[in-house]
Design a protein around this ligand. Sequence first.
Ligand SMILES: CC(C)(COP(=O)(O)OP(=O)(O)OC[C@H]1O[C@@H](n2cnc3c(N)ncnc32)[C@H](O)[C@@H]1OP(=O)(O)O)[C@@H](O)C(=O)NCCC(=O)NCCS
Length: 428
Amino acid sequence: MPDTLTITDNRTGKTYEVPISDGTIRAMDLRQIRTGPDDFGLMSYDPAFTNTASCRSAITYIDGDRGVLEYRGYPIEQLAEKSTYLETAYLIIYGKLPTANELEEWTHNITYHTFVHENIKKFLEGFRYDAHPMGMLVGTVGALSTFYPDARHVDDPDSREMQTWRLIAKMPTIAAFAYRHNRGMPFVYPDNELSFAGNFLSMLWKMSEAKYQPNPVLERAVQVLFILHADHEQNCSANAMRSVGSSRSDPYSATAAAAAALYGPLHGGANEEVLRMLTEIGDKKRVPEFVKRFKSGEGRLMGFGHRVYKNYDPRAKIIKRTADQVFEITGRNPMLDIALELERIALEDDYFIERKLYPNVDFYSGIIYQALGFPVEMFPVLFAIPRTAGWVAQWREMITDPEQKIARPRQVYTGARGCTYVPLGERG
Ligand SMILES: CC(C)(COP(=O)(O)OP(=O)(O)OC[C@H]1O[C@@H](n2cnc3c(N)ncnc32)[C@H](O)[C@@H]1OP(=O)(O)O)[C@@H](O)C(=O)NCCC(=O)NCCS
């Protein structure tokens, strides 16, 4: 049987044969289907890209029905158990696990770039005392483009390499500075003797001690959370990164756009919403009443459902395990009991079963973040730090893909045509 699709246009009676490759047809192959010379040709209409592959990618594989997530072919479970965030970032960006020398060099390059220009500090100080740290992060990452104008040479591999190191290295510093500003606390400079996660914790929590020593269990928990959030193929923010980057703007501006996409409550803001929801529920006993409300369309059960996963999100399972380890150190977060009850009731309910709505990564991550001492406003920031590796990998893949062009979708125009301008005084 040929790998083709035969289409009959019932408007004209004409038949077309279009090739199928990798389970897709090319949308441009539809353009030849026309009713006459004045017809633009057939397009596919796909609001929110629910069934459109926008690129070929070798970074992250997801099987949403089976609940599988792999970075460059490696299952997320193995990476969460055995890898570190920086090693996983290397894997995501370069497509292979590093050798010992490669990892050492990569770690050195990232560590070397953790400091930010002193003017970035001043820039951050300009934000209001109560500014949302994610808003500060979005603005400050975008501002990096003014500090590194060489970043506009996106077709130069050396420049791309340099911006890759800078972006991954500086995100935790900006994030921690945003947090300290919010708390009215002095900024803490990076400690390059600590691990990527340990240094981040130091920049957040260090007070008057000469050296901050992170608790190894909590440091590992942060690493695991970072690994789980490092990439997730063509999600809203990766799509923003690629779309903005496709105009050849510099990667700091594109990352600011990606982070802005992540800010939204349906994407990276979801775990913040989960915590607000759990706080509002307040007691296990009130869970059935809230589930009823979600089913009637009065709000959504935040942290449930996913565009791609129609099964338990594999990251949610790992986070649930990590939560137990964290709670041994920090004490149990009372929100966990409400979350477990919500999960239990929802997973038995026909509404959620029929729609294949399962807990996603955000359902439990907020509970851990809260136990670690983070305010809810920091949750999307904690997502953005590790996701930078994914954004950079997606951007690099897009830039070097000869098939990619400036992203520019089509539309189905539904507005008026041919109107005649009426001067203001003559309008009724
Ligand atoms: C993630 C999400 C945006 C995916 O949305 P989507 O793929 O566009 O799915 P839809 O909005 O079309 O939802 C399909 C159906 O499930 C329902 N649904 C989806 N998520 C739901 C939720 N969290 N609570 C209640 N109902 C939900 C929708 O109302 C819809 O029902 P209908 O067919 O009767 O209209 C969505 O599930 C959601 O809003 N979840 C909560 C936010 C969240 O946790 N986001 C983090 C993602 S990692």
